[in-house]
Each structure stands twice: as C-alpha cells, then as structure tokens.
Design a protein. Structure first.
Length: 191
C-alpha cells in the first residue's frame, strides 16, 4: 500500500499498510527514545530513509504522517489509559478479524484507514456476544464498583489483572506491614 505525496517539488512514497502504521505507533509510544528520534523514526518508517535527509520537509512529512495515522481525527493529548494495544493485542485482533470478517491478517494487505474502520466495526455487545478483542476490552473497562458481591468482585478484579496491558500494569512491591494493612482494609470493605 503506497500513497504518493508531494512536498514542494519532491514526491515521497508513503507506506500506508496497517503493519507500517502499527510500527509507527510503537515508535511514537517508545519512552526509551527521545522526541527527535521518534520524529525521525516515524518519517523513516513511513517514507523510507531518504526522507530524513531533507530537513526542510521533515515537519511537513511528520504532519502528514500524524494526520494519516490518526485517520484524520483530532489527536487527544489526554493521557488516558488505553484499553487496547495493537502490538500486545495482535493475537486477539487477528482472531477477531478472522471470526467477524473471515480475514487472515497474516496474508492480508490492507491500508491503515480500512484496518481502523474494521477494528471499529468488530462485533461488540454488553452481554458478551462479541469478538474476543472486544470481550477483552470490555473486561479492561469494566467498573468493579458495579458488583456488590465481594467474591464476584474479586474474581472480576483477578480476570482484569490477567488481561491488563503489560505496559500499563503497575508493579507493586509492598512491605509486610503494607500487605497486612491492605488485608485489614479488604476485610473492612468486605472484599
């Protein structure tokens, strides 16, 4: 999937396959690299290594890439915890595309815009009659305060923990006193 874009008198070929977009997303969210390296990484991934040589075009290339990668939608600067990660959840995404659309993503060539439309069109239902990806997302978003039964609440909390996104999972190293305090609090709350 290639789209040609022109900046001044130079034509660039943008790779618009969903795999390229997912790789750009990985670069954009990689906290181990600096902001400038992210910019160069996205430009290089999407337009090829020759695109980073023309420093006069980098800003316009990045702007085009970000608009394309966000599917023309306003980019939300709020740091809300997402309920899906394209890399971590790829097996769920592949299974959902296969069950809902009979599309094998390992063999499919698809641009990012179509991929996003299909992600948004995956089956979903509050009663659980939906694809595996949306069952996982619904569980991640489930509000535990809706459950009154302490045992059931604990079961759901444990299930949420099992499917939590690794990059957003909190690691807790509690002292013995903190663990005892948490146990007392759980007893008081009836958990």
């Amino acid at each position: 999937m290639i789209k040609k874009i022109q900046i001044d008198d130079t034509i660039y070929e943008a790779k618009t396959d969903f795999r390229t977009a997912i790789r750009c997303n990985e670069i954009a969210t990689d906290n181990t690299i600096g902001d400038y390296e992210r910019v160069l990484g996205i430009i290089c991934t999407m337009f090829g290594p020759e695109a980073i040589n023309n420093t006069n075009h980098q800003e316009k290339l990045l702007k085009w890439a970000l608009k394309y990668l966000s599917c023309g939608k306003e980019i939300n600067d709020k740091h809300e915890q997402p309920d899906m990660d394209f890399t971590e959840d790829m097996s769920y995404i592949e299974a959902s595309f296969m069950s809902d659309f009979h599309i094998d993503l390992e063999k499919e060539e698809m641009d990012w815009e179509k991929f996003n439309k299909l992600i948004n069109g995956l089956s979903n239902s509050d009663i659980g009659n939906c694809c595996v990806l949306n069952r996982i997302r619904n569980l991640r978003n489930f509000d535990l305060s809706q459950i009154e039964d302490p045992k059931r609440r604990q079961e759901i909390a444990e299930a949420k923990e099992r499917v939590a996104l690794k990059k957003y999972k909190r690691e807790y190293n509690l002292t013995k006193e903190e663990e005892e305090s948490m146990e007392r609090l759980n007893k008081i709350l009836g958990w």
